[in-house]
Design a binder for this molecule. Sequence first.
Ligand code: SF4
Length: 369
Amino acid sequence: MPFSSQFDAALAAPFAARFRRLLDPADDARLHRLAAESAALTRRHFGRTMRLFAPLYLSNECINSCAYCGFSRENAILRVTLEIDEMLAEARHLAAAGFRNILLVAGEHPKFVSNGYLETCVRRLAEIIPTVALEVAPMETADYLPLVAAGAEGLVVYQETYHRPTYAEMHVHGPKKDFSWRLDCPERAAAAGFRRIGIGALFGLWDWRDEAVALAAHLDHLLRTCWKAQLTVSLPRLKPAAGDFHPRHPLPDRELIQLICALRLTFPHVGIVMSTREPAALRDVTARLGVTHMSAGSHTEPGGYTGQGQENLHLTVRGRAVACDGPAEAATEQFAISDDRTPAEVAQKLAALGLDPVWKDWDPALTPA
Ligand code: SF4
């Protein structure tokens, strides 16, 4: 049974109440105990490794109107979809920086980001990068199959908010309006054969404890139903972006650390991802507490690493391309990053913290024939 059909019952189940207790306000002594236990569990199950990856944005075209996102159709921004050769130039730049694990990211636009285009991107990228994951619009299982066959082994899809009224308010237009369709996406992806599945909530839209409990309930469900896949969880917090949306329910640093610990205590084997949305100092602290996967040196716009796609940049206003006032130099980013260290600097810091940066943790040759 898909999670959407069990969602309300899962939130009322004893598991949810137990997880919520881990999120109760904690004094310093309790938080230190949680942190020590979380750090020990992380070392036991993941060793001293920190898996590094980079996002590669293919396109910032989007037909959805997500109130919090810089790529929202409502925003008048500079957009582009990279050609295959341009994508490869970005990938080679990331490979030269050390990455062997790339997350392809694209907005939702059937014209620019068709399944055929994505399949070609994956196939060509997989020739030079052994670990390829996707963060793109949710699809049917049948539509995922060619992408898996082309070499995509990871799929990331965030529910954004698990609070239905807030979801409806934030997603007024476009296919993303369908809460349940998105909620069941990880199971469709697992059925298609993705080896890694990542889920998450975008913190800042609704009460952080409610979001965290629902996210934990979702993870718990996926652990039982998608047991062949490795699971990761992300806890992105809203960042400045075009559209100027401000967090309504901020998740403070201290509570974010408590949440990471609560997830580690509850799910000892699940990877926890922290992106460059977060500042360097906080990433360095959480790297020793429970986080197991990090992006580094990220750009959140297509062509951000090497300036690819400049010739095709265009200004889009409410879904229509209009003339630019002057020469355009770069596509608009999805959101601002906070940790602007280079990949080498991040790796160096991790080593100084006693951790082993892992640039490559998978190769297709490991797949049974
Ligand atoms: S969050 Fe995704 S679907 Fe929504 S506007 Fe941004 S890119 Fe499009």
